[in-house]
Design a binder for this molecule. Structure first.
Ligand SMILES: Cc1ncc(COP(=O)(O)O)c(C=O)c1O
Length: 493
């Protein structure tokens, strides 16, 4: 149970809530509900009594009573007998004014605590690739007995997996030994290890603007200073290497984090000439380039580029099976010089002592035949991408969608700065979104939204129609853009 809100504190949070576009009780309930969804009124908070709130807001008591009953009916306010109602979330998906979802609560999909019927566009991730993952685990179990006599700890990773990953880099034109590989629990874990080993509070870290939100959060968590370098507009494609070079020379950052292979969220692919310039400029400024290749296998248009590490032995590469196979593998890696890998391993043992063995044995099978499930995955993604771009053109013609070269999402420019407000309204319309500002530094990208095309076309159509409905609501009540400025804290991938 949390605290309580005084009428004055609630009035302050409500701001200009009454605009006369709907009955006063509806407007009041709407803004309270959005404040709860937004996290600005914590769950379990007791709202003021009807009498005191009506006096403070200078509205009739009937208005507050009706607003509170509407919130109760929608599942956002508990119905304590004789006590003040406390804020809560609906136990089933809230389906707007038209009626409550009678669905059976949370979906059974592991890792996705999303109410049934809600389409999750905050995650750009796919289900496991066909039978490959299952078969890899079956094979891993037959290999397990040979490892059971050992301790089961290995901060660097199971040797067979390290060899398989090294082989993958060598095949891609970057000669690599198993000693240059550290196995991690995914790319996010890998980035945290690299950050902890390389970056201190006084350092600067260069990032692309926009970039992958969880990486940004991890970089910020080091306490370092973040140096964002904007990507050029969609019409120019690529990266702005002039801006990158001058930021490197001016700030001399300790580290630069880049996603050149199907950049998240734009889906762009960095041309080889720009890769060359990037590593050259970083060598001059004394910056360690950390390349996140999590999305590298999701090459939708067949563009050919060399892995960034092929341009300089100083590059630190991060990879993962999360997008090529399944995020549930929780398996990723770092490729770097052998001496850096030893440093990373020492840092890793401050966080954990190694990855689970069966997962690593299974991952080794997947890495050895990395390309096998990709054709089917890529062809479905191409179809989804085409469907999403067409749906956006038809239903949201004023949104400018950038056609991605690869990856899993489309980065859209909105005709107004309402990304956060759309994100807050969205669950009510059956979708979950990641607000544009999550992808940038300094609250920018309020007029951008990332939309994954990981769902089949029929579900994408439902999602785009819901986006259209959310947009219509926002246009009917533009004040929501002002009241709903803070990005909800929610999981994104
Ligand atoms: C660019 C990028 N890096 C890292 C990750 C996280 O990867 P993992 O699941 O391996 O931690 C993602 C997931 O969406 C991503 O898009």
């Amino acid at each position: 149970m949390s605290g309580s809100l005084t009428p004055t504190a609630l009035a302050r949070l409500l701001g200009q809530w009454h605009h006369g576009n709907a009955p006063a009780y509806r407007e009041l309930a709407d803004v309270v509900r959005l404040l709860v969804l937004d996290g600005r009124i914590p769950l379990g908070t007791a709202l003021p009594s009807e009498r005191t709130l009506s006096a403070t807001l200078a509205v009739s008591r009937t208005t507050v009573t009706a607003a509170y009953s509407s919130l109760r009916e929608q599942g956002f306010l508990s119905s304590g007998q004789g006590t003040r109602g406390r804020t809560c979330l609906p136990r089933t998906a809230y389906a707007g004014e038209k009626g409550r979802d009678s669905g059976a609560g949370l979906s059974g999909a592991p890792g996705l605590a999303v109410p049934d019927g809600v389409i999750d566009l905050a995650y750009a991730s796919l289900p496991a690739s066909g039978e490959a993952v299952h078969q890899a685990f079956a094979a891993a179990l037959t290999e397990l007995p040979a490892l059971l006599p050992g301790f089961g700890y290995d901060a660097l990773g199971v040797p067979g997996l390290r060899e398989a990953i090294a082989g993958h880099y060598s095949d891609a034109g970057v000669p690599t030994t198993a000693g240059q590989i550290l196995v991690t629990s995914g790319a996010q874990h890998a980035l945290n290890i690299v950050l902890r080993a390389l970056v201190g509070k006084q350092d600067k870290v260069l990032v692309e603007q926009p970039t992958y939100p969880n990486a940004l959060d991890a970089i910020r968590a080091t306490g370092c200073r973040v140096v964002p370098v904007p990507l050029p507009p969609a019409s120019e494609r690529g990266w702005d290497l002039d801006a990158t070079e001058s930021a490197l020379m001016q700030h001399r950052p300790r580290m630069a984090y880049t996603v050149p292979d199907f950049h998240n969220p734009t889906g762009r692919l960095m041309p080889d000439a720009q890769r060359r310039r990037l590593v050259r400029a970083a060598a001059v400024s004394g910056t360690v380039v950390v390349v996140d290749e999590t999305l590298r296998e999701l090459n939708l248009d067949g563009g050919t580029t060399a892995p960034l590490a092929s341009f300089s032995p100083a590059v630190v590469s991060i990879g993962s099976l999360s997008k090529s196979h399944w995020a549930g593998m929780r398996t990723g890696w770092i490729r770097a010089s052998e001496s850096l890998i030893q440093r990373f391993a020492a840092v890793r043992t401050t966080m954990d002592l190694g990855g689970p063995v069966v997962e690593q044995l299974a991952a080794a099978h997947l890495v050895r035949s990395l390309a096998d499930p990709l054709p089917a995955r890529l062809s479905a993604l191409r179809e989804n991408r085409a469907a999403l771009l067409e749906l956006l053109k038809v239903h949201l013609p004023r949104w400018e969608a950038e056609r991605p070269d690869g990856g899993l999402a489309v980065w859209c420019r909105l005709p107004y700065p309402g990304s956060t407000a759309l994100t807050v309204i969205a669950p009510e319309l059956g979708i979950r979104l990641a607000a544009g500002p999550r992808f940038g530094v300094g609250g920018v990208f309020e007029n951008f939204l990332r939309i994954p095309f990981t769902l089949p076309p029929d579900q994408l159509e439902t999602a785009v129609l819901a986006l259209r409905a959310a947009q219509d609501r926002l246009e009917a009540a533009p004040q929501l853009r002002r009241t709903l400025r803070d990005s909800p804290v929610a999981a994104i991938a």
